[in-house]
Design a binder for this molecule. Structure first.
Ligand SMILES: *Cc1c(COP(=O)(O)O)cnc(C)c1O
Length: 217
């Protein structure tokens, strides 16, 4: 169950930055409890979970964002159920989202994800050049609007250098974001959102701190 005092504390800490509750592995009941606490943006990373939780609809003012790696064969399943796709990591994926959205008459807001830490296990564009190339080409896609950029801070790095390397990664994305003239900068999770807010994040994505440790089966 989400913790109300923690949600209030996070809201105070982040000020005007938007708070997304990352609800992967969490039940619809827990999601609705967080909604009652005033959270309006929810993040999910598996298409199957999104289908299971949201196929029967959701409150008009609730937003569900896809934040996990999206396989191209699952695009058509998910476009009608989400309000933003934050994890676009190739132009070919963007084209597939565009085509699926055209079929249902929707314009999808998306973020382009950059692998700012260079860790191999992480998704996202590997270089700024590939990302900006995709951004340039996206203007030809009528059913896509690129709203901003997303990243996940370093995961597998020495604990004593984690804060420093996290700041470097977030600062790098902020510079690119300013250069591109976009409006959403999605960075910061349970362990590093304070640094993300200091470095200019406009939306933090918080799971564990709100709901507790995730249990995968
Ligand atoms: C799981 C996840 C989060 C939330 O992580 P916590 O550490 O639980 O806050 C944020 N962003 C992405 C992309 C995730 O996959």
């Amino acid at each position: 169950m989400p913790d109300r005092a923690t949600v209030e504390q996070i809201k105070n800490e982040i000020g005007r930055v938007h708070l997304m509750a990352v609800s992967k592995t969490r039940s619809l009941e827990e999601i609705m409890q967080a909604y009652e606490m005033g959270i309006r943006i929810f993040g999910e990373n598996h298409v199957q979970e999104i289908v299971a939780k949201f196929s029967d609809g959701k409150p008009d003012d609730m937003e569900v964002h896809m934040i996990g790696h999206l396989q191209s064969n699952k695009v058509s399943k998910v476009v009608s159920l989400v309000d933003m796709i934050e994890s676009v990591d190739s132009y070919s994926l963007l084209v597939k989202i565009n085509n699926a959205c055209e079929k249902i008459g929707k314009v999808m807001p998306v973020l382009l994800e950059l692998n700012t830490s260079g860790e191999e296990s992480k998704s996202g564009f590997d270089t700024e050049e590939e990302l900006t190339d995709c951004l340039r080409k996206s203007s030809g896609l009528k059913n896509i609007v690129v709203k901003g950029l997303m990243t996940v801070g370093p995961v597998a790095c020495p604990e004593d250098r984690k804060d420093e390397l996290t700041r470097v990664a977030f600062r790098k994305l902020k510079i690119l974001y300013d250069k591109c003239g976009l409006s959403v900068l999605s960075m910061g999770m349970s362990g590093d959102y304070a640094i993300a807010v200091e470095e200019g994040s406009t939306q933090v994505r918080i799971g564990t701190k709100i709901f507790g440790e995730r249990v995968y089966d």
